[in-house]
Design a protein around this ligand. Structure first.
Ligand SMILES: Nc1ncnc2c1ncn2[C@@H]1O[C@H](COP(=O)(O)OP(=O)(O)OP(=O)(O)O)[C@@H](O)[C@H]1O
Ligand SMILES: [Mg+2]
Length: 249
């Protein structure tokens, strides 16, 4: 078994009497998309926050490439290669696609472009930004303002921003949210290819996308993982049917 790129062991987080996550262990291995599904309030966002470092855990450990990052800040985990997308859009709407990608490559996404204008002339930065745009299929619109992009293209751009930093693992929170059929299809294809660049931990409510993309699925219910397995194993799991997928599954 390949060594995990990202792993968590025994993560716990309580809010008063609510155990949002309870003894959660999960890992993401090279080349895979590992999806986390579960009903509303199951603890998915809490788990993501614990993995990324935006929320301190009550107990447990997080490792990135075998290194303990449990007490590292969000920024340090990001510098170590953990790329989180789709939570808060860091895109600058009035700037061009290429400018946004260059900000990403600078590690400065979300900061106003005008403060970084001198970086425009940096060829290495521009090359990295162009390569990332090409990877996600946005090279033809690189001169367009982000405000003029479709919702789906903005998601593609967010992936490009993450890619400029050569991440070791992606964490994605509901990338399909708000996308129409066409946009979902494009993003599904992109994520499918992206797992070869870096494995993806994917939290997603769109079950079509999950069942299409996931190499493994973990099912989180009331803060605990009740099952981890392949798509087929999860579809057939009585525990998952009872707890989550329900009669309609
Ligand atoms: N900051 C907070 N303060 C208090 N309770 C919280 C906080 N964040 C989450 N919770 C509670 O923890 C539990 C898990 O919430 P979480 O947001 O992690 O679930 P989720 O699986 O992401 O749900 P959804 O599918 O609706 O996004 C819920 O009962 C929620 O009300
Ligand atoms: Mg959530």
């Amino acid at each position: 078994m390949a060594e995990a790129v990202l792993s968590a062991h025994g993560l716990c987080k309580s809010f008063g009497a609510v155990q949002a996550t309870h003894d959660v262990s999960i890992d993401v291995r090279p080349g895979e998309i590992h999806a986390v599904i579960g009903p509303n309030g199951a603890g998915k966002s809490t788990l993501i926050a614990q993995l990324c470092g935006s929320m301190a855990s009550d107990a447990g450990r997080v490792e990135l490439l075998g290194r303990d990052v449990t007490h590292d800040t969000v920024r340090r985990r990001a510098q170590a290669g953990l790329a989180r997308t789709f939570q808060i859009s860091a895109l600058a709407m009035e700037d061009t696609v290429l400018q946004n990608a260059m900000l990403g490559a600078l590690g400065a996404a979300g900061r106003p472009w005008r403060f970084l204008r001198p970086a425009l002339g940096d060829q290495d930065l521009r090359d990295r930004a162009e390569a990332a745009l090409e990877r996600v299929g946005l090279q033809d619109v690189r001169a367009a303002r982000v405000a003029a992009l479709s919702h789906g293209q903005r998601r593609q751009l967010e992936v490009a921003l993450a890619l400029t930093l050569s991440p070791k693992a992606f964490i994605m929170d509901e990338p399909m949210a708000g996308l129409g059929g066409e946009g979902s299809k494009l993003l599904t294809d992109l994520l499918s290819a992206l797992r070869a660049d870096a494995p993806i931990l994917l939290v997603e409510h769109d079950m079509d996308a999950v069942f299409t993309l996931a190499d493994r699925i973990s099912v989180l219910v009331y803060g605990q993982i009740i099952e981890t397995g392949t798509v087929d194993q999860i579809r057939r799991s009585p525990a998952v049917r009872d707890a989550y997928l329900g009669e309609g599954a």
